[in-house]
Structures are given as C-alpha cells and as structure tokens.
Write a protein that binds this ligand. Structure first.
Ligand code: HEM
Length: 186
C-alpha cells in the first residue's frame, strides 16, 4: 500500500499493520511496541579493526572496541566505543544509548571525546536469518560546526559486526565515506 515518505522507513511493526487491507486506516490506534530486545544480540564486547578516509584528511587505520550493555528491564542499551590508531594513541571515544523514540524508530544518541554530540534515527531496518542490518541518519549534530549530516550503517552476521559512517561537512557537501570497521565478539 503506497503511503507517504514515512512508509519507506517504517519499522517492521508498522509494515505488519499495513499488510491488513481490511483495516480502514492503518495509522489509527496505538503504535505497536518494539522492544530493545530486538538488539540483544549486540550485548557484550566486540573487537576489531577499521579504517578511515575523507577527501580532506590523510587515510588511517585503527583498532576498535565496542561494549554494549543493558541494565535490568530498562528499554535501553548503553554502549561505549574506543578506538586506537596504529601507534596506540586513542583516536575516537564515544558513549551513548540505543532506544526507541516515541515514533517507534530506533535512536542512537552519543557524546564524543571531542565534545561533539550526535543523535541518529533509524532510516531502515532489516532482520535476517543471521542478524540484522540497520541504517540511521543524523537528526541532531551539535558542537562541531563542520558537520552537516552523518549516516551510520550496522550489519550483524552471526558473530561479526560491521559498521560504516559517512558524513557531509561544510567543505564536502555530499555524504561521503569516513569510517568502516569489522569486529568480532570477544
Ligand atoms: C571510529 C570512529 C572514528 C574515528 C577512529 C575517527 C577518526 C578521525 C581522524 C583520525 C580524523 C583526522 C584527524 C582530525 O581531523 O581530527 C577524523 C576527522 C574527522 N572526523 Fe572522525 N573518526 C571517527 C568517527 C567520527 C564520527 C562519528 C564523526 C561525526 C559524528 C566524525 C567526524 C569527523 C570530522 C568532521 C573530521 C574532520 C574532517 C575534515 O577535516 O574535513 N568522525 N576522524
């Protein structure tokens, strides 16, 4: 059923509702609840390697560690990510949360060592037999006037977690790859 632009990034719960042709207005009634348990497969510690590029900087490689945790029944996953360049200097360090917003989309909010703050919202989500793929796009970027937009894609396949980050800046105005990394459950 073609709807408006929202349908293109509709959470699976809403896709299910629109499958019922006999529902007069599929958008009426309470939104279906999603649980952060959809992302439980992330819980634990992941380690791996990544690389960074951007037209305005020198390419680099890094070690990556991401730790996802959940406390009790809170509908929240906390994560902390730290990266080290080849010579062991810490490069990028961030901490944040995964949670569903009131529209039923996953949101990642984080604070970064540079002082930058970023909030990304789910753009598309696909569950697979062996994991999932999720794409998120920035809805708020603060404290770094260079940035216009960021896009993050995470893909989980069994015990391999890959992600990429693309960004648009004041200088490079089209969304352009910045980071890609592949981690394994440690
Ligand atoms: C694994 C994560 C990341 C690593 C290892 C990383 C590393 C780096 C490095 C080494 C540089 C070049 C040196 C510098 O200008 O400070 C850089 C530049 C930059 N990074 Fe990242 N970064 C990461 C994630 C991010 C994220 C999430 C954002 C935005 C939310 C971001 C935004 C930028 C910007 C705006 C620049 C400057 C680009 C320019 O000068 O044109 N980075 N990053």
């Amino acid at each position: 059923m073609p709807l408006n632009g929202v349908a293109e990034r509709t959470p699976e719960a809403f896709v299910l509702i629109t499958d019922f042709d006999d529902v007069a207005n599929p958008w009426e009634g309470p939104p279906m609840q999603r649980s952060i348990s959809e992302f439980s497969s992330l819980l634990g510690v992941w380690v791996g390697n990544g690389s960074g590029v951007f037209p305005t900087i020198k390419s680099f490689e890094f070690r990556d560690e991401i730790r996802f945790s959940r406390r009790g029944s809170e509908e929240l996953i906390h994560y902390e990510q730290i990266t080290f360049l080849k010579d062991d200097t810490p490069s990028h360090w961030e901490s944040g949360f995964l949670k569903f917003n009131s529209n039923g989309f996953l949101e990642i909010s984080n604070a970064q060592d540079s002082g930058r703050v970023e909030i990304l919202e789910e753009n598309s989500f696909r569950k697979t037999d062996r994991g999932f793929r999720i794409e998120l796009k920035s809805k708020a970027l603060q404290n770094d006037p260079r940035l216009r937009e960021t896009i993050r894609i995470f893909e989980l396949v069994d015990n391999t977690l890959s992600y990429s980050i693309a960004m648009a800046t004041q200088v490079v105005t089209e969304s352009t790859p910045h980071i890609r990394a592949e981690l394994r459950r440690s």
